[in-house]
Design a protein around this ligand. Structure first.
Ligand code: FEO
Length: 175
């Protein structure tokens, strides 16, 4: 049985993951409006992954006998000034999520809840990847600056990103 404290913080994490999906959907809308469909595709994949993260926590909490309580999701930012601003915000958001995951890891260790701790390790690795991806694209955008051709090349690269649905064991259902 999971502790009340971990149950509460995992419910908050479900909210944060769904908020992430909502934020990335808003970023997708911005890029669609700019006709930068590769960038839009990147955020479409991103939003699907965030929904999967939320469901992974959701399934885990159910599986360990916790009570899922869905919380309100705030409206995300809807106006952006440039692709660089979008990726700078996306990176800051991922850094915020990483801190949040680390906090749950700390609590699981404090409570000697090794099952929850083992479950969280996937997210620790995932967050490192998420931050690296956002940072990498941000660096490219800074190099590109105002070069429209460079932007279109990056757009073509990001159009290649494909969503990979999680395997059953990866949804947390079997955790
Ligand atoms: Fe689910 Fe991008 O953190």
């Amino acid at each position: 049985m999971i502790s009340t404290r971990l149950e509460r913080i995992i419910n908050e994490q479900i909210q944060k993951e769904f908020y992430s999906a909502y934020l990335y959907l808003s970023m997708e809308a911005y890029f669609q409006a700019q006709n930068l469909n590769g960038f839009a595709n990147f955020f479409h994949v991103q939003l699907q992954e965030e929904r999967d993260h939320a469901l992974k926590f959701f399934n885990f909490l159910n599986h360990v006998g916790g009570k899922v309580t869905l919380l309100q999701i705030d409206a995300p930012k809807t106006d952006f000034e440039s692709p660089e601003e979008v990726f700078s915000l996306a990176l800051a958001h991922e850094q915020f999520v990483t801190k949040s995951i680390y906090n749950i890891v700390d609590i699981s260790l404090e409570e000697r809840d090794h099952k929850t701790n083992a479950f969280l390790q996937w997210f620790v690795t995932e967050q490192a990847e998420e931050e690296a991806t956002a940072e990498n694209i941000l660096k490219k955008l800074r190099l590109i600056g105002n070069d429209g051709r460079g932007l279109l090349m990056l757009d073509a690269e990001l159009a290649q990103r494909v969503y990979t649905p999680p395997v059953a064991a990866d949804t947390g259902a079997q955790a």
